[in-house]
Design a protein around this ligand. Structure first.
Ligand code: DQQ
Length: 588
């Protein structure tokens, strides 16, 4: 499914907003009735990922209800069991002991009751203080075709696999009242406990105002809408998949969703249906006033902070009590056409789970791929103290570049040669600045970085690079992941994704980590301050023909202080759980 170009006018976006519909219920996904139930005959392997989360075939979108239960991580996701485009949505279910190797189970939720007959859409898990999990999700109901919120509970709490879920008959638990747009009312969050009540958020819109409605309940069954929404922002349109969580103001530990008070900040993330991007703010949550106040100076809208400046949507975090981390999951859709998805028999991947915590500045979140990923690292090659003069590109040999993990630190002797930052660019999206400057445009300090998934004669390559600019009172660092030269293939969306990196340059170093996996390049700049994901479909630079280079096209000499690159091994990826009894997996 092609992502929406960033430059579409707001008007066109609004028009699109009203065109998309599903059985009268407003949906964010394009509907292709012709393809929805076209069963997949052959699965094309060329661009399938090796170590990113994927089922063996068909369409996937949002990660749902990640949680940890009796020694297993559970992950559910929106899945079309009948085809490679969005439709026939069920909650597919996988389990893992390490967030990297996954086994699949039968779908946990699928349309079966009047209150979800037209679809089981996104939702979240809440693990109650007694350890019992409950799922809240959006049902599309036969009766009124509007979006209502339901709950489901495990049929057998002693089964660590939580194979079977029950949808009790007292559903739905939240109906849209007359003041709510019932066809734009979905994606309940994890519940948190505050002042004698459970609370959840539900994403919505009132005309063009994006809204996170707040509901409270004493028993998780009878829910009442609070007088005011927790938060709303004019002009942002439908808020899908809200995520609201506390973060500690120091250190890297995560917090249970109900923690609040001293040394705690809150993050509110929303997925904007109009742009198909997400943004978040950090702020203060007042339990008593039932309000969230974003910190002053943060942009609360289109241009706000993003968890990822690339192809990353419908994300969700959860608290992992076994390691005291907060972990983030995001979905990356395809950047090819619906016809290409149908031909290849699959669409959508989930990105590597990331640990999230608050930057010591308090001004943004930091993210890093979970440490468990490093178990897949195989053969390692290194470079150190490699000088890169203007125009140099040096090959990194000896690993399977199409399936690799690369971690590099660059240094530069001075910032004197940094180009001035044109004040006009301040009004542009970073993506447009990247498009103007590109990886080949000779600069001062940068562009320098990695050429990933490159063909021998550079007909194809996906550069991930930095460029440093001199602004009025400080330096501005741009990180680009530019798909424009990534493929000779046709009908692809090839954006020059980019984000600015809020980093202190006193040590004159910039680090970059890129997870390369056949059709995805997931990059983390400056220790996880800025993340960018690109989906790319090389035609020549595939498998062993994919090459990796470090490069510099700036006039300032760059040194590769240290580079580590690993071939990545294959994890167990959604192999069905076979003949596994009801035993406790911790005893295996
Ligand atoms: N996808 C789900 C919705 C959600 C959207 C439907 C976000 O619940 O709003 O598959 O991608």
């Amino acid at each position: 499914m092609m992502a929406m170009p960033n430059t579409l006018s707001v008007l066109a976006l609004f028009a699109l907003f009203f065109v998309l519909s599903n059985n009268g219920a407003e949906a964010s996904h394009k509907i292709y009735p012709r393809f929805q139930t076209l069963s997949v005959e052959n699965v094309n392997q060329v661009h399938r990922t090796g170590y990113h989360f994927q089922p063996p075939r068909n369409w996937i979108n949002d990660p749902n209800a990640p949680m940890y239960y009796k020694g297993l991580y559970h992950l559910f996701y929106q899945y079309n069991p009948k085809g490679a485009v969005w439709g026939n949505i069920v909650w597919a279910h996988s389990v893992s002991k390490d967030l990297i190797n996954w086994e699949s189970l039968e779908p946990a939720l699928y349309p079966s009751k009047w209150f979800d007959n037209y679809g089981c859409w996104s939702g979240s898990a809440t693990v109650l203080p007694n350890g019992e999990p409950v799922i809240f999700y959006t049902g599309i109901a036969e009766k009124n075709n509007s979006q209502i919120q339901n709950y489901a509970v495990p049929a057998n709490l002693s089964d660590p696999y939580l194979r079977e879920w029950v949808k009790p008959d007292d559903n739905p638990i939240v109906n849209p009242d007359v003041s709510v747009n019932g066809s734009a009312f979905r994606d309940p969050t994890t519940a948190w406990w505050a002042d004698g009540h459970w609370r959840i958020l539900i994403g919505s819109r009132r005309n063009h105002v994006g809204v996170a409605y707040l509901y409270r309940s004493r028993d998780l069954k009878k829910w009442a809408k609070t007088k005011h929404p927790l938060h709303s922002v004019q002009g942002t349109g439908m808020w899908e998949c809200p995520d609201f969580f506390p973060v500690l103001s120091f250190g890297e530990n995560g917090l249970d969703p109900s923690v609040n008070g001293q040394n705690v900040k809150h993050a509110l993330k929303v997925s904007l249906d109009l742009t198909r991007y997400e943004y978040y703010t950090l702020g203060t949550y007042d339990n008593k006033k039932e309000k969230y106040f974003p910190d002053e100076g943060l942009v609360d809208g289109w241009g706000g902070l993003r968890l990822d400046y690339g192809n990353f949507y419908a994300s969700k975090t959860f608290f992992d009590p076994s390691t005291n981390r907060r972990i983030l999951w995001g979905w990356a859709n395809e950047s090819d056409s619906v016809q290409q998805d149908t031909n290849k028999g699959w669409a959508g991947i989930l990105l590597i789970p990331r640990k999230v915590w608050l930057d010591p500045s308090g001004k943004q979140l930091l993210q890093w791929p979970v440490v468990e990923l490093e178990k897949l690292r195989g053969h390692n090659v290194q470079l150190s103290n490699q000088k890169l003069n203007q125009g140099d590109h040096v090959q990194v040999k000896g690993i399977t570049v199409a399936q690799a993990d690369v971690d590099v630190t660059f240094s530069f002797p001075s910032l004197d040669k940094a180009e001035p930052f044109d004040p006009k660019w301040a009004k542009l999206d970073a993506l447009d600045v990247c498009a103007q400057k590109g990886s080949k445009d000779p600069g001062g300090v940068g562009p320098f970085g990695l050429l990933t998934l490159a063909s021998e004669n550079l007909e194809e390559f996906t550069p991930v690079f930095f460029k440093v600019f001199k602004a009025v009172d400080k330096h501005k660092v741009l990180l680009c992941s530019d798909a424009r030269s990534s493929s000779l293939g046709e009908g692809l969306y090839k954006p020059s994704f980019a984000g600015f990196v809020d980093v202190d340059l006193t040590d004159k170093k910039l680090s970059l980590r890129s997870l390369i996996d056949h059709s995805v390049v997931e990059s983390f700049g400056a220790g996880g301050r800025t993340a960018i994901t690109s989906r790319v479909y090389p035609t020549i630079a595939v498998f062993e023909k994919a090459l990796l280079y470090v490069f510099n096209n700036g006039s300032e000499t760059i040194t590769v202080e240290n580079l580590n690159a690993w071939s990545m091994n294959l994890p167990v990826m959604n192999v069905p759980v076979k003949n596994r009894g009801r035993e406790n997996p911790r005893n295996e």
